[in-house]
Structure formats: structure tokens, C-alpha cells
Design a protein around this ligand. Structure first.
Ligand SMILES: CC(C)(COP(=O)(O)OP(=O)(O)OC[C@H]1O[C@@H](n2cnc3c(N)ncnc32)[C@H](O)[C@@H]1OP(=O)(O)O)[C@@H](O)C(=O)NCCC(=O)NCCS
Length: 141
């Protein structure tokens, strides 16, 4: 999973500043994140091609590290992983989900809007004077 996350985030639609912390994931950090929250993967012919991690925070399911192998994009794998995150939120009896997305990544913002998320608040990384990312939230019926 760490290899896939690093590979996917190194192949974002455009470079972002600062670089994503996803590029520093290791087996140990992924193991820790899975133990604290959970996640889902998609395999094709035994190869890992998609992954997502989640963590319960303040009654909402935080969804992160959504990653699809560059050779398998635009086939609905990210949508399937987001559907699984929604099922996980419902299994836990949660009524909200949230995530963070870089402002520069218009395609990602569009994807999450299509998944029912709304942009809520702007944030900036340490050392930056302008906003760099936006929080997106989804309320589950
Ligand atoms: C963002 C990311 C996870 C999307 O993965 P994906 O599997 O390609 O996403 P999907 O296929 O589910 O949807 C992406 C687009 O393909 C479209 N699509 C889905 N199936 C399709 C098909 N069969 N034919 C053509 N287009 C299709 C979707 O409608 C969507 O279009 P839109 O962005 O215009 O709404 C992937 O690009 C990635 O790993 N990026 C790097 C890491 C990253 O940025 N993660 C998110 C951080 S916030």
C-alpha cells in the first residue's frame, strides 16, 4: 500500500507546493494508520491498483490517501473506493464524512464534488501565506 500511495501521489495531475506528505508513506506509517482507522484496497489479478484510508474524527469519517495506480485511472476505481468509505461510515453509524484536497487539483475537487462533497473551509500549510487546501464535507442521509 505504501508503494502504491507514493507512486500515485507522485503522479498527480500537477505538482503541488508543499509536496504531499503521502510521498513519505512507509509500510510502518500505513500499518499505524490502518490500526488507528482502516481502509480498503482494489486488486486486479492479484496486483494492488487502488487504496484508501479512513479515520473516525469528531463523529465524521475522514477519508485520506485515495490512490489509484496511474495505469488504471478513469475506470471508476476511486469512485468505488469512495463508495466503500461511505459504507464504512454507515457501518459505524456516522452521518458525516470529510477530507482535504489541494486547491490546485481541480480534477480532484471535481471528483469529490461528484461524490457528494461540498467545499467548506480554506486552509494553508505552515509557512504559506495563501490557502493551499480546502476541507470538503459530505452529510449522509
Ligand atoms: C484522484 C484519483 C484517486 C482518481 O482515481 P480514478 O480511479 O482515476 O478516479 P475515477 O475513475 O473513479 O474517476 C475519475 C474520473 O474518471 C471518470 N471516469 C470513471 N470511469 C470512466 C470511464 N470508464 N471512462 C472515462 N472516464 C471515466 C470519472 O467520471 C471521473 O471524471 P471527473 O474527474 O471528470 O469527474 C487518481 O487520479 C490518483 O490516484 N491521483 C493521485 C493521488 C491523489 O491526488 N489522490 C487524491 C488526493 S485528494
Amino acid at each position: 500500500m505504501a508503494d502504491l500511495v507514493r507512486l500515485a501521489f507522485a503522479a498527480q495531475s500537477r505538482p503541488t507546493a508543499p509536496p504531499s506528505s503521502a510521498l513519505r508513506e512507509t509500510p510502518a506509517t500505513i500499518r499505524d494508520e490502518l490500526a488507528r482507522g482502516g481502509g480498503a484496497v482494489v486488486e486486479i489479478d492479484g496486483a494492488l491498483v487502488g487504496a484508501v484510508l479512513w479515520l473516525e474524527e469528531d463523529g465524521s469519517l475522514y477519508v485520506g490517501r485515495l490512490a489509484v495506480h496511474p495505469a488504471h485511472r478513469r475506470q471508476g476505481i476511486a469512485r468505488a473506493l469512495m463508495d466503500e468509505a461511505e459504507r464504512e461510515a454507515r457501518r459505524r453509524g456516522l452521518t458525516r464524512m470529510h477530507l482535504g484536497v489541494r486547491l490546485a487539483l481541480d480534477d480532484n475537487r471535481r471528483l469529490f464534488k461528484a461524490c457528494g462533497f461540498e467545499e467548506t473551509t480554506l486552509h494553508r500549510h505552515e509557512g504559506f501565506t495563501e490557502p493551499t487546501w480546502v476541507r470538503m464535507e459530505r452529510r449522509l442521509e
